[in-house]
Design a protein around this ligand. Structure first.
Ligand SMILES: Cc1cc(=O)oc2cc(OS(=O)(=O)O)ccc12
Length: 455
């Protein structure tokens, strides 16, 4: 069995912060199953998302190219074609297919619609169940979900907001029966059962939508934390929004645990790598109180920041018998590394022109074989543009892109990025400046604006 190609499951949480899990220091929200997953596997202390919002982060995960390079550089609001992968973009699913993998996508895609090249069944996935459009995905009780290219009608009734996205408007449900997250967990379990009965290895990309806010519900009624029940938080002396936010995370935690239980029960745990992470830092968009949960832990900033709180995320690897139990690593890795990691484990040949270093040696406790990035790079265009690089013990940020002043932090000593040391280290600033200048490849869809964002 050890010579078999491993199954791989990438479980992505949506807007879950570096400090949202007990195993990363969370004190209020209960996450016993993810804590147990970390205790049975490996916890990355320096794992980075592809970007600080959903779509571009997922573009990096799928293509193995960093933000200055991957096609989808931001969330789009009207022209969805700029938020869709093209035929020429090679996804990790497409490469795994060449190595005999069956690929399933369950949950939120955000990188293409049913009528364009980014549609997941044209990007290497054999099956798809979930949301294509991210605004659709805001709504946890939608009127339909996609099953392949077909709309599967659900029993919910939705009251719509007035803002339109390509002919659709988001909203919140007045009749709440089918909770999309629960359907995703069922579909994932079905996919695993079906694949286990075949000889082919599988890749399951389980892109959960929890604990993202339903932003339309927040706008329309002040509470975007949509969850069927408040679970263990029902009797707390908290706002409904706070109960909902905590209940979403604990619900997700239990479901991740059930998936691991299923793998054990099917006796495929020892041939299945499960990797858990989040697409970006925590949001403050459900009407809840960030101070109650401290979701970014010691980091500065949340979703939409390029400070660590926007991009450093949980990263937990679980593969009983291969990934050492109870281990932690400070290896600096990011979403773009999934391409090299998955293709190495599959024995597949990755495409050229990547920004991807396999962290398989770290997973397999072969640190001598582990290659390191010279640096990691991000760029971001909302609310004024900005860039960041992470290298050695440093983090540099330049806002706006190209024209702004470079800030420099020693994140080993100063994880909260509170002490800008740029003035003391002109030579390191020059090095970081060159990294940022060289990493950006122009993309006509994303305009570099000169306005500096608010800190
Ligand atoms: C923005 C958007 C895109 C889409 O493809 O489908 C939607 C469907 C919606 O109705 S719901 O299913 O009732 O939530 C609402 C919004 C969207």
């Amino acid at each position: 069995a050890g010579a078999e190609k491993p199954n791989m499951i990438f479980i992505l949480a949506d807007d879950l912060g570096y400090g949202d899990l007990g195993c990363y220091g969370q004190k209020v929200i209960q996450t016993p199953r993810l804590d147990q997953m970390a205790a049975e596997g490996m916890r990355f202390t320096q794992f980075y998302a592809g970007n600080t919002v959903c779509a571009p982060s997922r573009s990096v995960l799928m293509t193995g190219q960093h933000m200055g390079h991957t096609f989808v550089r931001g969330n789009a609001n009207t022209d969805m074609s700029i938020q869709a992968l093209r035929d020429e973009d090679v996804t990790v699913a497409e490469v795994l297919k060449t190595a005999g993998y069956t690929n399933g996508l369950v949950g939120k895609w955000g990188l293409g619609e049913v009528d364009n090249e980014g549609f997941p069944l044209q990007q290497g996935f054999d099956s798809f169940f979930g949301y294509l459009n991210q605004v659709h995905a805001h709504n946890y009780y939608p009127e339909f979900l996609w099953s392949g290219d077909q709309k599967l009608k659900l029993r919910n009734k939705v009251k719509r907001n007035d803002k339109s996205y390509g002919g659709f408007t988001g909203g919140y449900a007045t009749k709440r029966i089918d909770y999309s997250h629960d359907l995703f967990v069922e579909q994932a379990a079905d996919f695993i059962n079906q694949q286990q009965a075949t000889d082919d290895p599988f890749f399951l990309y389980l892109a959960l939508t929890i604990p993202h806010a339903n932003n339309e519900a927040t706008r329309m009624m002040g509470n975007g934390a949509e969850v069927p029940d408040y679970g263990i938080y029902a009797d707390r002396d908290w706002s409904d929004q706070d109960k909902g936010q905590a209940a979403m995370i604990t619900r997700m935690d239990g479901d991740v645990g059930r998936i691991l239980d299923q793998l054990r029960k099917l006796k495929i745990a020892e041939n299945t790598l499960v990797f858990f992470s989040s697409d970006n830092g925590p949001h403050d968009e459900a009407g809840h109180n960030l101070d109650r949960f401290d979701p970014n832990g010691p980091l500065q900033g949340i979703k939409r920041a390029l400070y660590e709180g926007g991009i450093r995320v949980p990263g937990i690897a679980w593969w009983p018998g291969t990934v050492p139990a109870g281990s932690t690593t400070d290896h600096i890795a990011y979403f773009g590394d999934w391409m090299a990691t998955a293709t190495e484990l599959a024995g597949a040949t990755p495409p050229g022109d990547l920004d991807s270093i396999s962290f398989a040696p770290t997973l397999m406790a072969q640190p001598d074989r582990q290659k390191r990035h010279e640096f990691l790079y991000w760029e971001f265009y909302e609310q004024g543009s900005r860039q960041a690089v992470r290298f050695d013990q440093f983090k540099a940020i330049r806002q706006p892109m190209f024209t702004g002043e470079v800030e420099l932090y020693d994140v080993d000593q100063d994880i909260s990025e509170s002490n800008n040391i740029a003035a003391d280290h002109p030579e390191i600033v020059a090095k970081a400046t060159k990294m940022m200048d060289d990493s950006h490849q122009p993309n006509p869809n994303w305009e570099i604006r000169g306005r500096a964002p608010k800190r």
